[in-house]
Design a protein around this ligand. Structure first.
Ligand code: PEP
Length: 255
C-alpha cells in the first residue's frame, strides 16, 4: 500500500488555548476549509471546549479529540478525566503521550501504555505521540528512543486495535520552538516507525497505519514535509490556532 492510499490526517493540537466562544468561532472558520478536503481534519481541544467543539463541528466531518485521558475508569484521581467520561459525551479520539505531558506532568512510557489501554477499552481512538529530545538526537539514539516509546506504548495492543491508533512522530526539540525537523529527518523516523510496526504486527498493518509528523509544522513547510512517502499528515500546535494557516496545511495534505 502506498502513501496515496492512506488518508492523511491533519490534527490541530490547541494545547491550553481557546475559550468556549473562541472554539465555536475557530471551528466555524475551519469548516469551509475542511469541506471537500482530501485529508481528515481533527481538532484536539481542552476538556472545557469539547461540548462547544462537538456542537460547532456537527455535520462537517471535522473530528474532535481530547488531549489526554486517565487510565482508571473512575475513582480517587482529583482533577483527572477518564476515557469512559470522554466516550460518554461523544468524544471518539484522544491524544496520548504528548511530550508536554511527559515533560511537565510526569508522564512515563508506562503511564502512556496504561492510558492507551484505557482509551482503547473505552472505545476511543488514539493519537499516540512519541519522539526524542535534542539531547537524545545529539547522542545518536533517536531510533532507539522512538522504538522504546512505541514498543512500550503498544504493549498488549492487538493488530485489530492498532487500526484505532495514529502515531505522531514529534521530536521534542521541534515542538513549539519554531525549529522544524527537515523533511528528510521526519521521513527517516516515520519510515523506521513503519518498519517497526511491520515487525511488531505485519506488513499490511504497517502499510495501513497513519504516521504523522509534528513539530513546528506551518503553512510554509507543510508541503515539503507532507510530500514524504511515510509522513501521512501532521499534528500541529501553534499553526492550528489560526484558521488561515491551518487551512493552508489542510490544502497541502489534500494534494
Ligand atoms: C504539538 O503541540 O504537538 C506541536 C507539534 O506543536 P507546534 O506545532 O507548535 O510545534
Amino acid at each position: 500500500m502506498k502513501k496515496g492510499v492512506r488518508k492523511a490526517v491533519i490534527a490541530g493540537n490547541w494545547k491550553m488555548n481557546k475559550t468556549v466562544g473562541e472554539t465555536a468561532r475557530l471551528i466555524s472558520e475551519i469548516k469551509p476549509l475542511a469541506e471537500g478536503a482530501g485529508c481528515d481534519v481533527m481538532v484536539c481541544v481542552p476538556f472545557t471546549d469539547i461540548f462547544a467543539a462537538l456542537e460547532a463541528a456537527r455535520g462537517s466531518g471535522i473530528k474532535v479529540s481530547a488531549q489526554n485521558c486517565h487510565w482508571a475508569e473512575s475513582g480517587a484521581f482529583t482533577g483527572e478525566i477518564s476515557a469512559e467520561m470522554l466516550a460518554d459525551i461523544g468524544v471518539e479520539w484522544t491524544l496520548i503521550g504528548h511530550s508536554e505531558r511527559r515533560q511537565y506532568f510526569g508522564e512515563t512510557n508506562i503511564t502512556v501504555q496504561k492510558r492507551v489501554r484505557a482509551a482503547l477499552n473505552a472505545g476511543l481512538s488514539v493519537i499516540l505521540c512519541i519522539g526524542e529530545t535534542l539531547d537524545e538526537r545529539e547522542q545518536g539514539i533517536t531510533s532507539e528512543i522512538c522504538a522504546l516509546q512505541l514498543k512500550i506504548a503498544l504493549g498488549g495492543v492487538s493488530a485489530e486495535e492498532i487500526k484505532r491508533i495514529i502515531i505522531a512522530y514529534e521530536p521534542v526539540w521541534a515542538i513549539g520552538t519554531g525549529k522544524t525537523a527537515t523533511a528528510a529527518q521526519a521521513e527517516e523516523v516515520c519510515a523506521e516507525i513503519r518498519a517497526l510496526l511491520a515487525k511488531l504486527y505485519n506488513t499490511e498493518t504497517a502499510e495501513a497505519s497513519v504516521i504523522q509528523y509534528g513539530g513546528s509544522m506551518n503553512a510554509s513547510n507543510a508541503d515539503e514535509l507532507l510530500d514524504k512517502e511515510n509522513v501521512d499528515g501532521g499534528l500541529i500546535g501553534g499553526a492550528s490556532l489560526k484558521a488561515a494557516d491551518f487551512g493552508v496545511i489542510i490544502k497541502s495534505a489534500s494534494r
